[in-house]
Design a binder for this molecule. Structure first.
Ligand SMILES: Nc1ncnc2c1ncn2[C@@H]1O[C@H](COP(=O)(O)OP(=O)(O)OP(=O)(O)O)[C@@H](O)[C@H]1O
Ligand SMILES: [Mg+2]
Length: 216
């Protein structure tokens, strides 16, 4: 089943980031995008994940044209079907790790999965305030928070940037397991080894997505 189809996306700020970019994601699919800093990876992730309307082109999620004809579907798609791990976490700072995860569970009408908390090794810090957590702990809480929503489409922007290799692999094992339920992943990373765990790897360069690798 096709979960995402982006067609002929173009976007520029002070300079063009990409032109005529197309991409699709099916159930159980995973795509990684690598590229130099400033090439537009996060911007592309924001466009594909309902947060930024592209200057040109169409984004269809679950068959819905989310920026134009089916705009009315956006609130529900954002709340239930799309999960985003941001490059800068965006955890609620005054709250504990647990409260952050509880908010996501509440909003998406899901239950907190204790196995997820355990798999991410955050039980020990679950009652601490976000400001009392290390960068890597914050990163793991933010991924646990997003997975708690059980989104069909998971977008992750440099999700393991603050983690050592072993912890990064453990966290990503959970994420890849999650895809086997029929969900899909769009990953942005500077870590080529991690990127290669995805079905397809693209480099964002010269304003295009260039396929580096297909099949895992
Ligand atoms: N809202 C904005 N307004 C103006 N320029 C922006 C905006 N967002 C991003 N940019 C610019 O667009 C370019 C691409 O930014 P983006 O964050 O997509 O890059 P990136 O590939 O994710 O980089 P990094 O690897 O450093 O995270 C940058 O030059 C950035 O300054
Ligand atoms: Mg970025």
């Amino acid at each position: 089943m096709k979960l995402l189809q982006a067609t002929n996306i173009s976007h520029k700020f002070d300079y063009p980031l990409f032109e005529g970019v197309s991409l699709s994601l099916h159930s159980k699919d995973s795509v990684a995008v690598v590229g130099v800093s400033g090439s537009g990876k996060s911007t592309l992730l924001h466009i594909l994940s309902t947060l930024l309307k592209p200057q040109k082109g169409k984004v269809e999620l679950f068959g819905y044209d989310v920026y134009y004809n089916d705009k009315d579907k956006l609130p529900s798609i954002r709340r239930y079907d799309v999960g985003i791990v941001f490059q800068s976490h965006y955890l609620f700072k005054g709250f504990s790790a647990k409260e952050n995860i509880q908010v996501a569970a509440l909003l998406s009408k899901q239950e907190i999965d204790p196995k997820l908390i355990e798999a991410f090794g955050i039980e020990r810090v679950i009652d601490k305030k976000v400001t009392e957590l290390s960068g890597g702990e914050q990163q793991r809480v933010s991924i646990a928070r997003v997975l708690t929503k059980k989104p069909k489409l998971l977008f992750a922007d440099e999700p393991t940037g603050n983690l050592d290799k072993k912890t990064a692999n453990e966290v990503m094992d959970v994420v890849f397991d999650y895809l086997s339920l029929g969900n899909a992943l769009f990953l942005v990373t500077h870590d080529l080894e991690l990127a290669k765990r995805c079905e397809r790897v693209y480099a964002l360069e010269e304003r295009k997505l260039k396929l580096l690798k297909r099949g895992s």
